[in-house]
Design a protein around this ligand. Structure first.
Ligand SMILES: [Zn+2]
Length: 254
């Protein structure tokens, strides 16, 4: 079953690449079929096998030799890895299917945010609307999900206003607020706290050196890298291993 799920994850990942590329460009995600972004040559089915085709083609378009971004196989592998990890965590249950669909949305958000520094509302607000009825099948109570949504939105809003009040600069965007509210629906308020802590930790480890490297060029620390990908990462870690990490941490404290 794990092998089947991994294969499914690879093909879903291939579709996620289409979404990541086309949705911000307002193109249809179903038509036309995949083509080279430079020469427009349609990609034949046998050149469109996740990861394998990338290796066979040595990362180049068959038509014009344009390099294909390594991101395509990376997204496919991440999708497969998340699918298998969630299967091991939840078994073949509705919670597994819902969390995998949610992980796909987080993957799309991550890469669109990296490219454009935006988080489309259709994923954050859409995730809240779609997520609330699905909470029934998740290991999260309705009370915790609603508190998570309010805490996620409220906490980040407070941080953004606080940061603005202190520095008169905008740090994060409203997209991050809506994303954390959406994460709260799927993880409960406990997950929101874990997510914001983990995202800030990872964000500082990556972001502070990055900000210093970039500071000369832009003269400001503002949004050196988007925060959305770190929120998505923190939320995924919580769903997969959060309880183990929390137990381990409090075990250390005795
Ligand atoms: Zn080409």
């Amino acid at each position: 079953m794990a092998i089947l799920v991994a294969l499914l994850g690879l093909f879903v990942g291939s579709f996620l690449n289409v979404c990541i590329y086309r949705i911000p460009r307002r193109e249809s995600i179903v038509w036309p079929g995949s083509r080279c972004t430079r020469c427009g040559t349609p990609i034949r089915p046998w050149d469109n096998i996740p990861v394998i085709s990338y290796l066979v083609l040595a990362g180049k378009c068959r038509g014009c030799g344009e390099p294909i971004s390594v991101r395509y196989p990376v997204v496919e592998l991440l999708s497969a890895l998340l699918a298998v990890s969630l299967l091991y965590r939840f078994g073949p249950t509705p919670a597994f299917a819902i969390y995998y669909a949610w992980a796909c949305v987080l993957l799309i958000i991550t890469f669109i945010d990296l490219d454009y520094q935006i988080i489309p509302d259709r994923f954050s607000i859409g995730g809240i609307v779609a997520g609330l009825p699905l909470v029934y099948w998740l290991p999260v109570t309705y009370r915790d999900a609603l508190l998570g949504m309010l805490l996620g939105g409220g906490m980040l809003l407070a941080i953004i206003y606080g940061y603005y009040f202190l520095t008169r600069k905008e740090g994060m965007g409203g997209g991050d607020v809506k994303l954390l509210a959406m994460i709260g629906v799927f993880t409960g308020w406990q997950g929101v706290l874990f997510t914001i802590f983990t995202a800030s930790l990872c964000g500082s480890l990556v972001g502070i050196p990055w900000a210093f490297l970039k500071k000369g060029a832009e003269g400001t620390m503002k949004a050196a890298i988007p925060f959305g990908p770190f929120l998505a990462l923190g939320a995924m870690i919580y769903v997969l291993w959060g309880q183990n990490i929390i137990d381990w941490y409090f075990g250390l404290l005795g």
